[in-house]
Write a protein of this length. Structure first.
Lengths: 480, 96
C-alpha cells in the first residue's frame, strides 16, 4: 500500500495534503463507532504534508514514507501533543519532546494523524483497561481489538491510518494484530529505541509497526530501527532497508513447530488454521520440523514475576510532583507521614486504574527486602535457561511457528475464565519478549463466530537480529 | 498461602499508593497468586546459571559527562506540566 501511495504522490495524482485530509475525513466517519483515537494531531499532520508537497513540487527526492499517514500509540511522546498512556494520571500531560522513533518518522516526512487508545500504561490484552474509552474491533464491534495496542491495530484495520506504531512487552503488538487481521511486528530487543516511550517493563518493551501488508511493516520498521545514544539498551543497526529483502522465496527454509505449543488444549478450529498455514509453507518450499522448548512451561511464571517488578519501578516516577495529576485530599493517611507523602498516596490512588495498581503491588512485593533473591533473581536465571532453549532450537531451525493467540477476538466483558486458555494465550507471545527474539503476527485465516469471519493470526519468531528472514517468510505467505 | 492485611498495607505503603479497604482485600488474593508462581520456579535447578542482564549482551554504554542544555521552549513546556512551580523550579511539599 505504501509503495502505491508513494507512486501516486510523486506522479502528482494526489497531494500529501489531500491524502492527509482523506484520512481525517475517514476518521470522522468511522471513529465514532470504533474509538481508536484519543487525540488527533491535525496541525502537525498538515504541516508535514505541506512540506512533502513542497519537496515534490521542487522535484526533490522523497522517502517511501513521505506523506504516508501514520497513527501513534498514546504512550509515545510527540512534542507539543497530549500523551496520556490512557491514564487519568497523565490526562493533560503535553509531551515536551519527541520520542526518537517519532523524530525518525518526522525526518522521513511521515504524516502523524494522531494518538491511539491503549490499555492504561500498556497493561492489558484488550484495550478495555483504558481510563477513557473502549476501542472496538472494526470487524465486529461487539468484540475487543486486543491489547494493549488496540487503538493502533483498529486504526490500521479500518482504514483510518496506513500504518501505526505500537509497543510490545508480552504481545501487545502481535495479539491485537491477530485480532484485527493486520500485520504486527515486534523487533529484536534493542533494535528500536525506547527513548520517549513510557516504560512499562524495561527489559521487555519494544516498539514496532502495524500495517496491512508485511512489506509496509518492513518499510516502517526500517525507518525506526537503529542504535540511539539516548537509549543505552539499543543495539547497532545495519542501516538496512528490510523491504529489499522480501524476495518471496523461502525454498529450503526450516520452520520449527514446538510440541508444547500444539497440545491437546489448543482450540481445534485454531489448530486447523495453524496446520493449514504450515501446509502452505511446505508448498512454498519450506521444511517443517518438530522441536522442543523444554522450559516453556516456566515462561508465564517468569513473566509474572519480572514484568510487575519492572513495572513497579517504572511507575514510581508518577508522584504528582513534576507532571501529571497531583492530588492531596488533605486527610491524613493511616500510614502517617508529612504532606509530601499525602501527595504520593492520594495522587497514585486516584490516578492509576485497577490493573496498574495490581501490577505495582505485585512487583513491589516481589522486590521487597528478603524477597528479591527468591523472586526476581531466580526468575532472571530461569529466563536464561529459556533463552538457551531458543539458542539450541535455532541451531536446527530458522524460524519458529505457532498461532499468535489461542483465540480470536473475544467479546467485551467476556473475561476468559478458562485457566487453560489464559495459560496458552500468553505463552505464545510472552516468550519472544522473555528471550529477546523478533516476532511477527500476520493473518493466516478466519474462523466463523457470531456470523462474522474473525481473523486468526499466525506468529513466526526469528533469530536475534534476523528480521530479514522473519519478514520474508511472512511476506512469502502473504503474496502467494 | 494468603498474605495478611498488615503485609498488604506494608506493600501499599512501600508502593506509595493509598489503597482503600476493598482494594486491600482484593490485593490479598492477587498477591498470594504470585507465591503459586514462585512454587513452579523452585523446581528448576539454577545453581550454576547466571541471571540475564541485557538479553542480547549489551554492556556498559557510556556518554560524556557533559551537561547538554535544552531549548527554552522545551524547558517552558516541561515547567508547564508541573502542578506547582516557583522561580522556575518544581515546588515540593514539606517532607517533615
Amino acid at each position: 500500500m505504501i509503495r502505491e501511495l508513494h507512486k501516486k504522490l510523486i506522479e502528482k495524482k494526489i497531494t500529501a495534503v489531500e491524502l492527509a485530509e482523506k484520512y481525517f475525513s475517514e476518521i470522522e466517519k468511522r471513529d465514532k463507532g470504533i474509538s481508536a483515537y484519543l487525540t488527533l494531531t491535525k496541525k502537525i499532520a498538515l504541516e508535514q504534508a505541506k512540506k512533502v508537497d513542497a519537496k515534490i513540487k521542487k522535484g526533490e527526492e522523497i522517502d517511501l514514507l513521505a506523506g504516508i499517514p501514520i497513527a501513534i500509540k498514546d504512550n509515545f511522546c510527540v512534542k507539543g501533543e497530549r500523551a496520556t498512556a490512557a491514564s487519568k494520571i497523565l490526562e493533560n500531560y503535553i509531551a515536551p519532546y519527541d520520542a526518537t522513533v517519532v523524530s525518525k518518522l518526522k525526518k522521513n516526512d511521515a504524516v502523524i494523524l494522531g494518538k491511539t487508545n491503549l490499555d492504561e500504561f500498556a497493561m492489558g490484552a484488550s484495550t478495555e483497561n483504558s481510563a477513557f474509552q473502549k476501542t472496538k474491533n472494526p470487524i465486529d464491534e461487539k468484540r475487543v481489538p486486543g491489547g494493549s495496542s488496540g487503538g493502533s491495530a483498529a486504526a490500521v484495520a479500518s482504514g483510518m491510518a496506513v500504518g501505526a506504531l505500537g509497543s510490545d512487552t508480552g504481545g501487545s503488538i502481535r495479539q491485537p494484530a491477530s485480532f484485527c487481521g493486520v500485520v504486527g511486528l515486534k523487533p529484536t530487543y534493542g533494535r528500536v529505541s525506547r527513548y520517549g516511550i513510557m516504560a512499562m517493563a524495561s527489559s521487555f518493551d519494544q516498539v514496532g509497526p502495524f500495517a496491512r501488508t508485511v512489506e509496509d511493516a518492513a518499510i516502517i520498521f526500517s525507518r525506526i530501527a537503529g542504535r540511539d545514544k539516548k537509549d543505552a539498551t539499543s543495539a547497532k543497526s545495519g542501516g538496512k532497508f528490510y523491504e529489499d529483502y522480501l524476495t518471496g522465496d523461502i525454498e529450503g527454509l526450516t520452520i520449527g513447530v514446538p510440541d508444547e505449543y500444539f497440545s491437546d488444549d489448543l482450540d481445534e478450529e485454531i489448530k486447523e488454521v495453524a496446520w493449514a498455514a504450515l501446509g502452505k509453507f511446505k508448498k512454498l518450499g519450506a521444511k517443517v520440523k518438530k522441536i522442543k522448548i523444554p522450559h516453556s512451561e516456566f515462561a508465564l511464571p517468569i513473566y509474572y514475576i519480572l514484568v510487575p517488578s519492572e513495572v513497579s519501578s517504572n511507575m514510581a516516577r508518577f508522584d504528582g510532583i513534576r507532571y501529571g495529576l497531583s492530588v492531596d485530599d488533605k486527610k491524613n493517611s493511616k500510614i502517617g507521614g508529612g504532606k509530601l507523602l499525602e501527595t504520593y498516596l492520594d495522587t497514585r490512588e486516584k490516578g492509576f486504574g485497577d490493573e496498574v495498581k495490581r501490577r505495582i503491588m505485585l512487583g513491589t512485593y516481589a522486590l521487597s527486602a528478603g524477597y528479591y533473591d527468591a523472586y526476581y533473581k531466580k526468575a532472571q536465571k530461569v529466563r536464561n535457561l529459556l533463552k538457551q532453549d531458543f539458542e539450541k532450537a535455532f541451531k536446527e531451525v530458522d524460524l519458529i511457528f505457532s498461532p499468535t493467540a489461542p483465540e480470536v477476538a473475544f467479546k467485551f466483558d467476556e473475561k476468559t475464565n478458562d485457566p487453560l486458555k489464559m495459560y496458552l494465550s500468553d505463552m505464545y507471545t510472552v516468550t519472544a519478549n522473555l528471550v529477546g527474539v523478533p516476532a511477527i503476527s500476520f493473518p493466516i485465516g478466519n474462523i466463523m463466530k457470531s456470523k462474522k469471519e474473525l481473523p486468526v493470526g499466525g506468529q513466526l519468531m526469528g533469530k536475534w537480529f534476523d528480521e530479514e528472514t522473519l519478514l520474508n517468510a511472512a511476506h512469502s505467505f502473504e503474496v502467494n | 498461602m494468603k498474605l495478611d492485611k498488615q503485609e498488604i498495607e506494608h506493600i501499599a505503603s512501600l508502593a506509595r499508593i493509598g489503597l482503600s479497604k476493598k482494594e486491600i482485600e482484593n490485593n490479598q488474593g492477587d498477591l498470594s497468586s504470585i507465591l503459586d508462581y514462585f512454587e513452579k520456579l523452585k523446581k528448576v535447578k539454577t545453581d550454576k546459571v547466571e541471571e540475564i542482564r541485557h538479553i542480547t549482551g549489551v554492556t556498559n554504554v557510556y556518554r560524556d559527562d557533559k551537561v547538554v542544555k535544552c531549548e527554552e521552549s522545551e524547558r517552558q513546556q516541561i515547567l508547564k506540566n508541573a502542578p506547582e512551580i516557583s522561580d522556575n523550579q518544581f515546588k515540593v511539599k514539606s517532607v517533615l
